[in-house]
Design a protein around this ligand. Sequence first.
Ligand SMILES: C[S@@+](CC[C@H](N)C(=O)[O-])C[C@H]1O[C@@H](n2cnc3c(N)ncnc32)[C@H](O)[C@@H]1O
Length: 186
Amino acid sequence: MRLVAAAQAAVRPVLQPDDVAVDATAGNGHDTTFLAGELSSGLVYAFDIQPQAIAATAERLRRLGLVDRVKLVCAGHEQFSHHLPASHVGRVGAAMFNLGYLPGGHHDLVTRPESTMAALRSLETWLRPGGIVTIVAYRGHAGGELETLAVRQWVCSLPTSWERSEIASAGRQKPGPVLFVARKAI
Ligand SMILES: C[S@@+](CC[C@H](N)C(=O)[O-])C[C@H]1O[C@@H](n2cnc3c(N)ncnc32)[C@H](O)[C@@H]1O
């Protein structure tokens, strides 16, 4: 199974229909549409720094009839706490990160360790008990190995009551991507 599919498979049994969810890296909208499809009365906040990614995600949502369940935010995920109401603290059921750059896009517009870490650290309080974070990290591009190490350190620093796992890609790509999953204690 590809790691992006494995990340969705980890989120599916955890996400409740009325949860708040965060797609931290909307890109072409695959995780945003997945999250929106799992919710009924809940809401997804999808972030990306690139207007073209937000537009692609909006178009995908429109085609699937899921626009009403998503707030699209053209801003860095490190700003996410400024875009969610305080009433959502402790209500986020899932947050998904697919790091790196937009496929087919500019390789300079890439996620960076400092902003990824800032978002992950604040999510610790915004997640509800039992809420889940998935991070697919890529090591092949400049800065990717450092970012992957930073994510691993964050996962290791979490309270021992959290469930965590790390799965390396079984594909031929070397060095391959890694999926980190962290779940807050219930
Ligand atoms: C690998 S792509 C995401 C793919 C996406 N999940 C999909 O389903 O198509 C990574 C995305 O992260 C975005 N990005 C880079 N830095 C960011 C930041 N600080 N906050 C939010 N998004 C960021 C890039 O613009 C790019 O679209």
